[in-house]
Write a protein that binds this ligand. Structure first.
Ligand code: 13P
Length: 239
């Protein structure tokens, strides 16, 4: 399974390196077989050796150039970063990123072979507008995206569930995931208020290939517990 932490605008460079060290120690000790991804704040990116894959939360579709406030491929290459989060709802809804910009980023980093965690999910008004409208909205976020790209991971994150403590029911998650699996066979993560208390039941659902965790992942200990749940579920399947 894929267990991913989006650290957002949290943890300084020093805190991030301590955090990743804690995860690395855990992975070594536990012999975990999970794919662990961590997306630190841009200023905390660095070269990290070990089992944790470090990715960027955002980068501009450029090698370098005049794009004030942005980073480009050169900055990711400096730390051998080959993983990127694209289309997160905070970039779409708070920072105003359009589907056109998102497609541009997607194609740029796809052509470089990056592992792309591509986020989709509906805001509350679309959920309340009924199933058809909601699925239509989510479908529009697949437009222009190569859903067969080999290094693609999709994360379904309902906007209203992010940072709110609210989550869809397990039945809802399973149902939406089964519909999204028809659109793309890529591994599909669930994100939005995943906590230590609900991670295991979410991970156990059919068509859930992992989780993308925000606030609860800020505590390395909690995040490691989630990795251990995935290990427990994986071991059970193998038996
Ligand atoms: P929370 O886990 O804080 O709800 O955030 C989820 C998220 O946005 C991960 O990308």
């Amino acid at each position: 399974m894929i267990i991913a932490a989006n650290l957002k605008t949290n943890l300084t460079r020093k805190q991030t390196s301590e955090y990743i060290e804690e995860l690395e120690n855990y992975l070594k000790k536990s012999d975990s077989t999970q794919e662990v991804l961590v997306f630190p704040a841009t200023s905390s990116l660095d070269s990290f050796d070990g089992g944790v894959t470090v990715g960027a939360q955002n980068a501009y579709a450029t090698k370098n150039g005049a794009f004030t406030g942005e980073i480009g491929l050169d900055h990711l290459d400096e730390f051998s970063i080959k993983t990127i989060l694209i289309g997160h709802s905070e970039r779409r809804h708070i920072l105003g990123e359009t589907q056109t910009t998102i497609i541009e980023k997607f194609n740029f980093y796809k052509n470089l072979g990056f592992k792309i965690v591509y986020c989709v999910g509906e805001p509350l008004e679309k959920r309340e507008a009924g199933k058809d409208e909601m699925m239509e909205y989510i479908s529009s976020q697949y437009e222009g995206i190569d859903t067969e790209y080999e290094n693609l991971i999709i994360a379904y994150e309902p906007v209203w569930a992010i940072g709110t403590g609210l989550t869809p029911t397990l039945e809802d998650i399973q149902q939406i995931h089964s519909e999204l699996k028809i659109k793309s066979k890529a591994p599909l993560l669930y994100g939005g208020s995943v906590k230590v208390t609900n991670a295991k039941e979410v991970l156990a659902l059919e068509n859930v290939d992992g989780i993308l965790v925000g606030s609860a992942a800020l505590y390395a200990e909690h995040f490691c517990s989630m990795i251990s749940y995935a290990d427990q579920l994986t071991n059970k399947q193998e038996r």
